[in-house]
Design a binder for this molecule. Structure first.
Ligand code: UT7
Length: 318
């Protein structure tokens, strides 16, 4: 058997993000459930979120984000030979999203698989994509995080419906002479798998908010620090910290403990809500659009959520 030759490194060539058009404000929610703009902003940090229309699927929004990343990468559909979609909210499990997203974007016969690591999914998928490029299993990979959480949320349950939202974010990963995607630090805590759960196909998402909050604010900053260490990057060298957009208080707590005062902290949750696997690439694509980070800058990504799962890595901004 021969050893397969891959690229010396892998890097992100471009990011892209997409949000559905429908804006739902906190005041809109307060018309139908017992909540308030004050409670939501002070406890979670969200001002408004986007919700997809009844006809708009996870795959539709993934195609929008994936198309933007592909266009920004300068590659054409024919250059992509692997598509990985991170999602946990497909309306139906079969067929997978990746093959459909690839087909809709005109990517012919790529490897195509989905990843379910919930809100950590994008970081898992990005790690798999980078490894595939370095191992020679793929040349250029489209990675998409896409979620339509609105179809798994009980809109009468104020504990969840004010938090979750719809959206997609994507990255194109290609070969590089030097690494542009740092080693991933990933893990899980299956003993707490009940903390965020959809029990069966007829159930809605339920969350033990306080359990997850405590875990996120105490267990994840060491993961963030280790991802920096493995990449050979000191937190003081980071231009941006882009954690999963679960709760503004969690984001700020991890950022404080990371000790990267100079870094821009992603706070996309304010206008996007919690979009699970989409939140990191969506937030980062908007930071790039706004000029908050520049090409060559280093950003630390950190995903965490149901499972419980977590993953983080340092990436170079394309
Ligand atoms: O993305 C996956 C990872 N997920 C996370 O990281 C989520 C982590 N957890 C959290 O972000 C927070 O725990 C939540 C935002 C989910 C909840 O915030 P909290 O500060 O932990 O509130 P709580 O669940 O302890 O509830 C406090 C009170 C309760 O009322 P009582 O029992 O004190 O009278 C709730 O019934 O707030 C009440 N409450 C609300 N009140 C107004 C819960 N939801 C609402 C609401 N509006 N929407």
């Amino acid at each position: 058997m021969r050893i397969q030759r891959g690229a010396p490194g892998a890097k992100v060539l471009a990011f892209g993000g997409y949000q559905p058009a429908g804006v739902v404000t906190n005041d809109d929610l307060a018309k139908t459930i017992d909540t308030s703009d004050e409670w939501i902003q002070s406890r979670v940090g969200i001002k408004e979120r986007r919700i997809a229309g009844p006809e708009e699927t996870d795959v539709d929004i993934a195609v929008q984000a994936g198309g933007k990343a592909l266009a920004a990468s300068g590659l054409s559909a024919g250059d992509i030979d692997l598509v990985v979609v991170a999602t946990c909210t497909l309306e139906a499990q079969i067929p997978n999203a990746a093959a459909r997203v690839a087909h809709r974007l005109g990517i012919g016969a790529p490897g195509a698989f989905d990843v379910n690591a919930a809100c950590a999914g994008f970081c898992y998928a990005l790690a798999a994509a980078g490894d595939a490029v370095r191992a020679g299993s793929a040349t250029n990979v489209l990675v998409v995080g896409t979620e339509k959480l609105s179809q798994w949320v009980d809109w009468t349950d104020r504990a969840t419906c004010v938090i979750f939202a719809d959206g997609a974010g994507a990255a194109v990963v290609g070969p590089a002479e030097t690494p542009g995607i740092g080693p991933v630090v990933w893990g899980s805590s299956g003993d707490r798998s009940d903390a965020i759960i959809v029990r069966d196909r007829d159930s809605f998402l339920q969350q033990e908010g306080q359990t997850v909050f405590r875990w996120a604010t105490t267990a994840l900053h060491p993961v963030a620090k280790e991802a920096c260490e493995r990449a050979g990057v000191h937190p003081s060298e980071l231009a941006a910290f882009v954690p999963h957009q679960a709760n503004l208080r969690i984001i700020e707590a991890i950022a404080r403990r990371l000790g990267a005062e100079q870094a821009v902290i992603a706070k996309d949750i304010v206008l996007a809500g919690n979009t699970s696997a989409a939140s990191i690439p969506l937030a980062l694509s908007r930071m790039i659009e706004r000029g908050e980070v520049r090409s060559g800058d280093l950003a630390l990504l950190l995903g965490f959520g149901a499972g419980l799962t977590y993953a983080g890595q340092v990436v170079e901004i394309p």
